[in-house]
Design a protein around this ligand. Structure first.
Ligand code: ADP
Length: 256
């Protein structure tokens, strides 16, 4: 199926992708439904999930649930959970399904997710996808999966130039999204850092883990009739890509 195709979605979503009807979706949509909804941002490491999530959080006012960020927080706090996952993450492998399923279920029980939420980096295995589907069905939450499709050469170059603010989590890239002052976060002035697992050998393992354990979910999303949209995430600026995602969500009645 080509990038931009939609499975299980209204016809208007394919209009978004071809550019027809795109102007029908205003900056803010007063008629949107306020039902609790989930956006699953899906894609390989370096596909732009984190950057897009952060832009969407500002626009939609719903929280990002990033399993990677949650795990890194535990590592930073030095608690038992953090200690138990540190070596696995440093090696670029996935941590156990049970553990991340528990973290996500806990976040979904919190009232901050009442209007909806963005899942970034979850689900990442078939078993996680099955658990999530059951959980969302039981909570009557509709989800839309957006797959950011990016080729692997571009991913390696993106990740190698990636810098992150250790405090607010903002992501930068030396070539595609540089901070105003080199090495300093635009938002809070903190010195930017390179993530431990962004070293080249670890990136290769993360990409291998994606191919082995995560890519097969594309078939799962299609077969189970989830709303599934593929977007070419390679060629556009983060802001242009954000605008396309915003249009898709707007037509799907996402809050915002
Ligand atoms: P990226 O998508 O760029 O790999 P993340 O921050 O999402 O970055 O993930 C970093 C690491 O955190 C992964 O390599 C893995 O070790 C762990 N991790 C994050 N999410 C999951 C998940 N859903 N299941 C298992 N491990 C995860």
């Amino acid at each position: 199926m080509p990038a931009g195709s939609v499975v299980g979605a209204r016809r208007s979503m394919s209009e978004v992708e071809t550019g027809v009807g795109i102007l029908n979706c205003p900056e803010t949509n007063p008629t949107v439904s306020v039902a609790r909804q989930a956006l699953v941002l899906f894609g390989s490491p370096g596909s732009g999930k984190g950057t897009q999530s952060k832009l969407l959080v500002q626009h939609l006012g719903i929280p990002q649930i990033s399993t990677g960020d949650m795990l890194r927080d535990h590592i930073e706090q030095g608690d038992q959970l953090g200690v138990s996952v540190r070596d696995t993450m440093r090696a670029g492998s996935l941590v156990s399904d049970e553990l991340v399923n528990g973290l996500v279920a806990q976040r979904l029980a919190s009232p901050e997710t009442d209007k909806g939420f963005i899942l970034d980096g979850y689900p990442r295995t078939l078993s996680q996808a099955v658990v999530l589907s059951k959980l969302l069905d039981s909570l009557h939450i509709r989800e839309i999966v957006i797959h950011l499709v990016v080729d692997s050469d571009r991913i390696i170059s993106r990740i190698s130039g990636r810098r992150q603010c250790p405090v607010c989590g903002s992501l930068y890239n030396a070539s595609s999204r540089p901070p105003k002052v080199t090495g300093v976060c635009d938002l809070d002035g903190q010195t930017l850092v390179i993530r431990e697992d962004d070293k080249e050998s670890v990136v290769r393992e993360r990409l291998a883990a994606y191919d082995r354990q995560t890519r097969p979910l594309i078939e799962y999303f299609r077969q189970t009739g989830r709303k599934f949209v593929e977007i070419d995430g390679s060629s556009e600026s983060p802001n242009a890509l954000f605008e396309r995602i915003r249009q898709i969500l707007c037509l799907q009645g996402f809050p915002g």
